[in-house]
Structure formats: structure tokens, C-alpha cells
Design a binder for this molecule. Structure first.
Ligand code: 8Y7
Length: 292
């Protein structure tokens, strides 16, 4: 991939300082962009098994790119509340072939959604250009491995662990506590040799939080600007939207877009979503107003 010239998609690196190199691909954070979600889980309903689910994942990845995603987040382990953990082997079998193919084909970077250092390393070797860790690099060796790999990282806040995090989320001041946590993880990254200018932060909407906690974080998202790292948020179809609107998961697009708008107006740089085309339209509309 050619380095960013002064094109519409890649404003000059020097003028903004907000275009990140991600293993030969470029992520433009000078304006809000979309991170498309690509979950790879084995298709238990089909006899095609592995090949079929890999094929479906590739088609979905190509579609997210066509719809205008700035980056695609590839994950092989569900982090939904109560989800069963997956072995390293199983996670690698799911994500590596898909990352290899999409990294070769697509002009945009891929991120690896994993908390396991072995998966992060293999994914980056296969072509992933960013590490998205819902555990904020707290696993043994995760900081050292991420520093060694030299790709940007996203640090997300989570209270507890996925299996039990929704049992009894509790905070005195959720915005303050999430901010303190992220500041501590940024410091740990810097101490491990990760460039401060290559860190995204994420309040972790839905991770060990009640609906009220999640809404409070969106309402006060601008407070995280103090940490001086670009902010990523993931609200897409999440259960807080279901709780407020009383809608099943397939009817949460409008709610997701409303929260996305609030997040972006308060400075979010990247929005992680299943619905790339609709979210890109929201960002284009906000941008048009900003540019008047
Ligand atoms: C998030 C995430 C998920 C998020 C970041 C889901 C992997 C749950 N949510 N990563 N991952 N932020 N950075 O419903 O909010 O998509 S999985």
C-alpha cells in the first residue's frame, strides 16, 4: 500500500499527525471513522463446517470494506456476557486464514480482537495492523508482546471478566473510575515501550456496566479527552439499547446510531459497528455540518 499522499482519504500525515501506519496500511483518525465488526464463529448449522464459515467471513469482510469501513476488527472468541472461553488453537484456526486473505486483498488495515498474546502475535504476523484488547493488555506477557509487535493498540475498560461481569457491576463514579483505569493502562503501555501516540482508549460500553453506567459514560465521553488518546466506542446493538427501547438485537440500529452520534459529537475517533453502511452515512452527515 502506498503511503498516504494528500488525497481525500488520507490527509497529509504532517498536517494532522493523525494518520497511523498499521503494518503498511493506513488508519486516518483525523476525522471520525468506522471499525467494522467481523466475528468468526464456527457455523454449527451447516455441514460445510470450517470452509464454509471461513468463506462467509471473507465475504463479510469484503462487504464491510466496500461499505466504507476504515478498519475491520477480526475476532474468533465471543466476549458476550457469559460466553464460553475458546482455546488458543481454536481461536487461531478461526482468525488466521481470514486475516491472511483479507490483509492481502483489502486496502484498509485489520485489527485483531483478542486478549491472548499468542493470538495477537500470530495475527500480526498474518497481516493484522492493530491490537484490540478488551482486557487492555492485562494478560501475562500481553504488554511485552504488543510492544514487540509495534502495531497500535486499543485499551478497553472492563470491570470483572466476561463470564461474570454483568452479575453486579458497581462504581462510585463510573466516569472517574474508567478514566483512572485507562490512565493506568496507558502508563503501563508507555513503561513497556509502546508509543503513546499509538494508543486508542475505549470506555468499554457494556463490559461490567449497568445501562445507567453505560449511558453515563456516553453522556460524559468528552471527559476522556484529557487522556489525549483517540477514543474508540462500541455500542452496536448492545443490550443497554435493548433495555431502553425494549427491542430485540435485530431492531437496535436506530438506538445504536443515536448513541454513535452523541459519541462522535463528543470526540470519538472510531466507532465499532456491525452496521457499517448506516454508520458511515451518520459520520458523513455530521461531517457535512461541521464543514459548513
Ligand atoms: C467492544 C469490543 C466487543 C467494544 C472494543 C460486542 C471486541 C461485544 N465490544 N472492542 N469488542 N470496544 N474496543 O457486542 O465496545 O460487539 S465484543
Amino acid at each position: 500500500m502506498a503511503p498516504p499522499a494528500s488525497t481525500d482519504r488520507f490527509p497529509a500525515v504532517s498536517s494532522t499527525g493523525r494518520v497511523w501506519e498499521c503494518q503498511g496500511k493506513y488508519l486516518d483518525l483525523s476525522r471520525p471513522g468506522v471499525m467494522g465488526i467481523l466475528n468468526i464463529t464456527p457455523d454449527s448449522f451447516s455441514d460445510g463446517g470450517f470452509f464454509l464459515s471461513a468463506q462467509k467471513a471473507l465475504d463479510q469482510g469484503r462487504r464491510l470494506a466496500e461499505e466504507g469501513a476504515a478498519i475491520i476488527d477480526v475476532g474468533g472468541e465471543s466476549t458476550r456476557p457469559g460466553a464460553r472461553p475458546v482455546s488458543v488453537e481454536e481461536e487461531l484456526d478461526r482468525v488466521i486464514p481470514v486475516i491472511e486473505t483479507l490483509a492481502r486483498e483489502l486496502p484498509i488495515p485489520l485489527s485483531i480482537d483478542s486478549s491472548k498474546p499468542a493470538v495477537m502475535a500470530a495475527a500480526v504476523r498474518a497481516g493484522a495492523g492493530l491490537i484490540n484488547d478488551v482486557n487492555a493488555l492485562r494478560a501475562d506477557e500481553a504488554l511485552a508482546v504488543a510492544a514487540e509487535l509495534q502495531v497500535p493498540v486499543c485499551l478497553m475498560h472492563m470491570q470483572g471478566e466476561p463470564r461474570t461481569m454483568q452479575h453486579n457491576p458497581s462504581y462510585v463514579d463510573v466516569v472517574d473510575e474508567v478514566g483512572q483505569f485507562l490512565a493506568g493502562r496507558i502508563a503501563a503501555c508507555v513503561a513497556a515501550g509502546i508509543d503513546r501516540q499509538r494508543i486508542l482508549i475505549d470506555p468499554g460500553f457494556g463490559f461490567g456496566k449497568t445501562p445507567r453506567h453505560n449511558l453515563t459514560l456516553i453522556k460524559h465521553l468528552a471527559d476522556f479527552a484529557d487522556l489525549e488518546c483517540p477514543i474508540l466506542v462500541g455500542v452496536s446493538r448492545k443490550s443497554t439499547i435493548g433495555a431502553i427501547l425494549d427491542r430485540p438485537v435485530e431492531q437496535r440500529l436506530a438506538g445504536s446510531l443515536a448513541l454513535t452520534t452523541l459519541a462522535v459529537v463528543q470526540g470519538a475517533a472510531l466507532v465499532r459497528t456491525h452496521d457499517v453502511a448506516a454508520t458511515v452515512d451518520v459520520l458523513r452527515m455530521l461531517r457535512a455540518v461541521e464543514d459548513v
